[in-house]
Design a protein around this ligand. Structure first.
Ligand code: NDP
Ligand code: GDR
Length: 361
């Protein structure tokens, strides 16, 4: 590598339009990286989470460039890699919804499993093994059926969805290319992380958005699935810093990022409603269960069996000691603060919608 090349800090982020991609792009721009992102062609705008990065004059000091692409298209990925020659790749693109992966299992495998192989092969085909570091967005969904708690890097995997199985391939092909070709290729095994820009169909955002819309009078009832599932929920902003640290380590390796705390979906609902001064009383059992707002006496939560998954992950709680010891990473945002921030942001959105209505065609 030329001396000048070793100074280059050029990141390629797949999935830049998603929650993590948006936060990571902003973070890396702040560190002075030239940032390239891959976005999919869509019939409507899909860059809402990163539009401000164009507008923010502070971000204009370094280039932020978007390229059309798709994890299912090798030709596109190889061409972009050749053109950009990134020093760091963050592979965040994925069909990331566990429930949807049961509906679209083959597509999920194509994007989430073979997509990882396509990127690793692009590095190899272009002879970039020594100049490019690779981060794979692995997941606590790999643990699936509980084998050990808390879950850590050495806990056996037992995925419980087409998403989890596809991500299992992504995990192992990353390890294999590291061992076979000496690549700097690392997995971040991240437990659930959320934020005000979390996709609206993931349970945290669905709940905080639902609470806000109920409060403002845009909706009456929040329909949910399994209330007993337990997750280790952290803030996405803390986790993207961990992704960056993983690629700055001396050696490529695999790291769990988690808070070490777990809560059920039911507890999350209670905490979110408490943010707007409401407490929930539970009635009935199973799919007949309802959540009643004590203040108004109205039923605000109902169960819709459609949201149950054929196989569920019951309990996730991570042990991030390795990341703390080797990378100096630890989560900063307490759960209560995360929920507060999400409800406040969704209240603002709901009030804006109530005042101005939705855009129509
Ligand atoms: P999001 O669903 O918010 O974002 C996913 C991104 O991938 C979007 O930019 C999406 O584009 C893009 N994408 C989907 N399919 C393709 C494709 N075929 N080709 C190119 N781009 C594609 O996910 P998060 O930001 O929450 O997660 C980032 C990554 O981390 C994902 O891989 C996820 O599986 C993984 N992960 C997430 C965790 C979490 O708690 N958030 C925990 C552990 C792992 P578009 O905007 O057009 O849909
Ligand atoms: P998860 O997140 O499956 O953990 O995957 P999600 O928020 O979708 O579900 C968490 C738990 O809540 C239960 N649940 C519901 N889930 C959704 N989406 N909608 C509902 O109405 C509902 N009711 C109950 C689910 O059954 C589940 O047990 C997320 C994604 O970001 C993955 O990409 C990532 O890999 C993992 O987190 C770590």
């Amino acid at each position: 590598m030329a001396a000048q090349d070793s100074q280059r800090r050029v990141a390629l982020i797949t999935g830049v339009t998603g929650q993590d991609g948006a936060y990571l792009a902003e973070y890396l721009l702040g560190l002075g990286y030239e940032v390239h992102g891959i976005k999919r062609r869509s019939s409507s705008f899909n860059t809402a989470r990163i539009d401000h990065l164009y507008q923010d004059p502070h971000s204009r000091k370094v280039p932020f460039l978007l390229h059309y692409g798709d994890m299912t298209d090798s030709t596109n990925l190889i061409r972009l890699m050749q053109q950009i020659r990134p020093t760091e790749i963050y592979n965040l693109a994925a069909q990331s919804h566990v429930g949807v992966s049961f509906e679209s299992p083959e597509y999920t495998a194509n994007a989430d499993a073979i997509g990882v192989l396509r990127l690793l092969e692009a590095i190899r085909i272009l002879g970039m093994e020594k100049e490019t570091r690779f981060y794979q967005a692995s997941t606590s969904e790999l643990y699936g059926l509980v084998q050990e708690i808390p879950q850590k890097e050495t806990t056996p995997f037992y995925p419980r969805s087409p998403y989890g199985v596809a991500k299992l391939y992504g995990y192992w092909i990353t390890v294999n290319y590291r061992e076979a070709y000496g690549m700097f290729a690392s997995n971040g095994i991240l437990f659930n992380h959320e934020s005000p820009i979390r996709g609206e169909t993931f349970v945290t955002r669905k709940i905080t958005r639902g609470v806000a819309r109920l409060e403002v009078g845009l909706e009456d009832t929040l329909y949910l699935g399994n209330l007993e599932a337990k997750r280790d929920w952290g803030h996405a902003k803390d986790y993207i810093e961990g992704m960056h640290l993983i690629l700055q380590a001396d050696q490529p390796d695999d790291f769990v990022l988690a808070t070490g705390e777990t809560r059920s979906v039911r507890e999350l609902i209670e905490v979110a409603f408490a943010e707007v001064g409401r407490s929930i009383e539970w009635h009935g059992k199973g799919v007949e269960e309802t959540g009643v707002d004590k203040k108004s006496g109205k039923t605000v939560v109902r169960i819709d069996p459609e949201y149950f998954r054929p196989t569920e992950v019951d309990l996730l709680i991570g042990d991030a000691s390795k990341a703390r010891e080797k990378l100096g990473w630890k989560p900063k945002t307490p759960f209560a603060q995360l929920v507060k921030e999400m409800v406040a942001s969704d209240l603002e959105n709901a009030r804006r919608e109530a005042a101005h209505g939705k855009h129509s065609l």
